[in-house]
Design a protein around this ligand. Structure first.
Ligand code: FES
Length: 116
């Protein structure tokens, strides 16, 4: 039986940033209209996500992203090429390497593993 639209529980967009070396996690909730990229969210919350260009060319902001709720935004050829150059296998799946500076936040819940 389908659930009526009015009784569906809306997901609360959030990102769980994981620092593997430090063994720490920081969970950040966000509003879709207030934050546009994963990098912007990380910077707003002092998450140690390294970056340089902010333009999707240097590859410094590569992170491993797992989509827990919602849909992964499609990866474009430029992002895929930068990730390959950095030795990270790109993908369109819900569990892949992505560039934080070009990753649009559209209401997903994500687990983001930072690189050292
Ligand atoms: S900061 Fe350079 S590719 Fe994201």
């Amino acid at each position: 039986m389908l659930e009526p639209e009015a009784t569906k529980t809306a997901i609360e967009p959030c990102v769980h940033f994981i620092e593997p070396d430090a063994g720490q996690a920081l969970c950040v909730r966000y509003r879709v209209d207030a934050t546009s990229t994963l990098l912007e969210l990380a910077r707003a919350h002092a998450v140690p996500l390294h970056w340089r260009c902010g333009l999707g060319t240097c590859g410094t902001c590569a992170v491993h992203v797992t989509v827990l709720e919602g849909v992964a935004p499609p990866i474009n050829a430029k992002e895929a090429n930068v990730l390959r150059r950095e030795g990270k296998a790109p993908g369109n799946s819900a569990d892949s390497w992505r560039l934080a500076c070009g990753y649009p936040l559209g209401g997903q819940c994500l687990r983001v593993t930072l690189t050292a």
